[in-house]
Design a protein. Sequence first.
Length: 135
Amino acid sequence: EYGSLLKKFKAQDLAPEDRLKRLLEAIWSREYYEKINVAGSFAVLAVSFRNEKIHDKIRDLYRMFKIFLVREFSYLNDQGVISTKNPTHTAEIIMTMIEGSRHFRAFIIEDDQIRRYNQDMIGAARHFLQSHMAM
C-alpha cells in the first residue's frame, strides 16, 4: 500500500497548498483503500504477532511511510501550509487516522457513501494539520 503511494506521489513541482491537497487525496482515495483487501491485511497483522520476521517487515513499512510523512509535513510546515511543532508526532497521528479509518470503513461505511466518507476524512486531516492541535 504505502510503497505504491510513495512511488506515485510526485508533488515537488506543486504549490505547497496543492501538495497538501494531493497528499490527502492520495491517502484517502478509493484506489489506495482498495489496493489490499482489508481481510488480507488483518490476516497478515495477526500472523505478525507470532512471526518476528513478518512483524519486523511491517514495522519497516510503517517506518518508511512515517519518514515520508515527516518529510512532507516538515516542508509544509516551513511553507506555512500546516502548523506543527513536532512533524514526527503529527505523522504518527495521521497514520493512526489512516489505519483506523481504513479498517472502520470496511465494517461501517456503505459502498455508496465511500466518496463522501473519504472527503470527510480529508477534511478532518486538513483541519488537524492546519490547526494548532498538531503537536
